[in-house]
Every structure is written in C-alpha cells, then in structure tokens.
Ligand binder design. Sequence first.
Ligand SMILES: C[S@@+](CC[C@H](N)C(=O)[O-])C[C@H]1O[C@@H](n2cnc3c(N)ncnc32)[C@H](O)[C@@H]1O
Length: 248
Amino acid sequence: MSLYIKYQDISLKKKAGELSELLHLKIFTEPENIKERNFSEDYFLVLNSENMFLQKGLNRNTNPIFSDFDNWAANYEDKLLQKSLRGLPNNFSCIDLTAGFGKDAFEIAKSRKCKSIHLIEKEKWVFSLLEDGLKNSGTKEAKELLLKFQIFNEDNLQFLETNKKKYDLIFIDPMFTGVQKSKAKRHMQALRDLSSSINDENLLRRSLERANLKVIVKRHKNMAFLEEVLPSKSIEGKVVRYDIYNTN
Ligand SMILES: C[S@@+](CC[C@H](N)C(=O)[O-])C[C@H]1O[C@@H](n2cnc3c(N)ncnc32)[C@H](O)[C@@H]1O
C-alpha cells in the first residue's frame, strides 16, 4: 500500500511537483503505471483546482477524505467528547498532540469555553490536508471556530520540549492498535494504513506534568489505559472511551 500524488488537470502539474518534493511522494501518472497493478489498496492525494483530498484506489466515485470543517460544523457532534470537557473553566487553552484531520480538535473548539487550541501533527501529508482544510473552509460557523486553531507540523514531544507554555487541557488520540480493525471510519483507516509516526511511550506521563487542569485520552473501549496510568474517571460510549486525568 503506497501513497501517491495525483492531479486532475494539467494546470496543476507544477503544484503537484512542488508537493511531491515537499512530501517526498511520487506523482502518479496513469497510462504507464496502471498496467502494472490495479492500485485498489493504494491511496492518492488528489489535487484539483479548489482543494486537495485523499482517495483510496482509483475509482473517482469513492468519497473523498479531507478535513471537512464545513460539514463537521453543521452535521457532526461528539456528545461523549463534549461531556468530557465539563468542568473546564471559561477561556481554557488546549493542545491536541495527535491532530490528524483535526476533527476532535474542532469538536473541542466548539465548546464556548475554549479560547484557543494548538494542533500538533508530525506526518507531513496529514498536515498538508489539515492546512488545506483550514484554507478552504467556507461557512461562517466553521471559519469562526477555526480562528481558535493554530497548527504545527512537528513531533509532539519535541514541541512540548521547545514550547514551555502550559495548557489547561491536553488532548491525546493515539492510533488504536491491537484491537479489531473491522469497522474503522475511512479517515481513521487511512491514518492507520499510512501514518508512520509513532507516539513516544511516555507521552501521557509527560503530558500529565504539563497540563494545568486535565489530560483527556481517547481510547477504543476495549483498550487498556494508556501507559497503564489509571484515570480520574472515564466516559465510555459504544466504541470509544475518553479517559480523563485531573492534574490540578
Ligand atoms: C488516531 S490519529 C488522530 C486523529 C484525530 N484525533 C482526528 O480527529 O482526526 C493519530 C495522529 O497522531 C499523529 N502522530 C503520531 N505520532 C505523532 C508524534 N510523535 N507527533 C505528532 N503527531 C503524531 C499521526 O500521524 C496521526 O495523524
């Protein structure tokens, strides 16, 4: 399974070349490559004139994968995560150490009490999609929430070491491993398939030293506590569990 860059119009060839250098990814050129195999398990970062999205396989009817903040503002709600934020004060600051597509961070930003949120993502191609999603969000509602965002393409522990700021809330969503992969949503499946970034074993312990008020860890409900540290409490849903660590 590989990740390629693909462009939909010849006018985007230069931009694709620049992106290929930046992300160290090959450009997919259809006529020659397509004879070798069918590419159904491969992924493509597709450039079109408006935006950039991720697509699995070459079927143009496959739903595009991207940071769809307009849609998430209007049609998505994670009640469990909202519930986990209860008790945080007005104007709380947050850092999401495993930003991915920014969907969970966006959900945190929806809390009226959240003042700002820093998003850290190490993987360059994921960061590019996140950046593109921010640039292309169009609705008033999404744009207002995104004003709270600041995004950084860095390793999370390095970021914590070089930036001494303390955050009220630290959010961590490590990749689920060791549980049945069966029904992962497309965004998460793509991250599992393609992300090579790994979290440091002590990410939670380091976060507990740095958070003013809380650390929240997202887990699959059947998974053990991260780094075997017992949380202050957990909020569990059908698939996901939020482990909440009070640090004050
Ligand atoms: C399960 S995903 C997070 C998904 C995210 N919560 C969302 O709503 O889209 C974990 C993410 O952490 C990133 N990651 C893994 N190790 C990292 C590290 N050391 N520093 C920064 N990001 C890292 C991965 O590339 C991946 O995008």
